[in-house]
Design a protein around this ligand. Structure first.
Ligand code: ATP
Ligand code: MG
Length: 267
């Protein structure tokens, strides 16, 4: 494996506990992501995409069963309940969660939530932190920043909170950015804009980006590679153009055709 590998996942299996039984959600996933590369995970609802993201970030439920290997910049990730591990992941990985409200604290000003991690991990000083938070909020297109950055998430719209979550995810200048339906609350124009910015930062910072999305147009614009997930497995993978234009699996073909027909994808 080349030295610029950001993420290497080998035979990852995750099962959730349901009563006395375990229900498999990932059945042996392997994937690699390089610095400066964006890969998209697409596929059926309940296929295991968010589970994979949570396994990487280390926020699966404590009673989930996890087997296999996840390496970040060549270092094997250990148990996420170990404080040193949490710190390492917090510094290296930025994530935008599928539900921004579940991640943001409703009773803490948004600027503070953007500043928190980098003050700790990147040694931003208290004096410079507000300016740097303002810059990040500008990067992700939050409107009326001056007036609104000390407001609370409960005063924001879903789209505004999603932008705050983006700013917080980018704040530590992560090696790996994980985006789980990260533009679901944004209109198409805002999606394009934030997509262009992340594409720029991907190259500038040589960040690995893992995009999880049902928005195939966004995927077509941003991802270098596409992986199709179904029932806990990757059933098809390849360069974005190849997978979307000439899918090999019946399931992928049907998904692309449906998106083309309803107009949510143009190739
Ligand atoms: N915390 C949990 N406890 C028990 N089962 C879970 C939990 N989270 C997810 N699952 C189950 O794991 C499977 C995969 O779910 P996951 O959320 O990873 O799918 P997904 O691909 O992200 O779907 P979507 O596209 O709808 O977001 C599903 O069967 C789901 O019911
Ligand atoms: Mg999901």
């Amino acid at each position: 494996m080349s030295s610029d590998a950001v993420l290497q996942i080998d035979n990852l299996r995750v099962s959730y506990r349901q009563g006395r039984a375990y229900h498999p959600a990932l059945e042996g996933i392997s994937l690699d992501l390089r610095a400066g590369e964006a890969a998209a995970l697409i596929g059926e609802s309940g296929g295991g995409k968010t589970t994979l993201a949570h396994a990487i970030v280390g926020c699966l439920p404590a009673d989930a069963r996890v087997e296999g290997s996840i390496r970040l910049e060549g270092r094997e990730l250990g148990r996420p309940d170990d404080p040193g591990e949490r710190e390492y992941r917090g510094k290296k990985i930025g994530m935008v969660f599928q539900q921004p409200e579940s991640y943001l604290n409703p009773l803490r000003p948004v600027a503070k939530q953007v500043m928190e991690a980098p003050v700790y991990h990147r040694r931003w000083t208290r004096a410079e932190a507000p300016d740097r938070a303002r810059e990040l909020l500008e990067t992700v297109g939050l409107p009326q920043i001056e007036q609104r950055m000390w407001d609370y998430p409960f005063q924001f719209s879903g789209g505004m909170n999603q932008r705050v979550a983006w700013a917080a995810a980018l704040a530590c200048r992560p090696s790996l950015l994980v985006l789980d339906e990260a533009t679901s609350f944004l209109d198409p124009e805002a999606r394009r804009e934030i997509g262009q910015r992340v594409d720029y930062l991907k190259k500038e910072w040589r960040m690995g980006v893992l995009i999880i999305s049902h928005d195939l147009t966004g995927v077509a614009d941003l991802a270098d590679r596409v992986l199709v997930m179904r029932k806990g497995n990757i059933i098809e993978a390849g360069p974005t153009d190849r997978v979307l234009r000439s899918p090999r699996e019946e399931y992928t073909r049907e998904m692309v055709e449906a998106a083309l027909e309803e107009g949510s994808l143009r190739l």
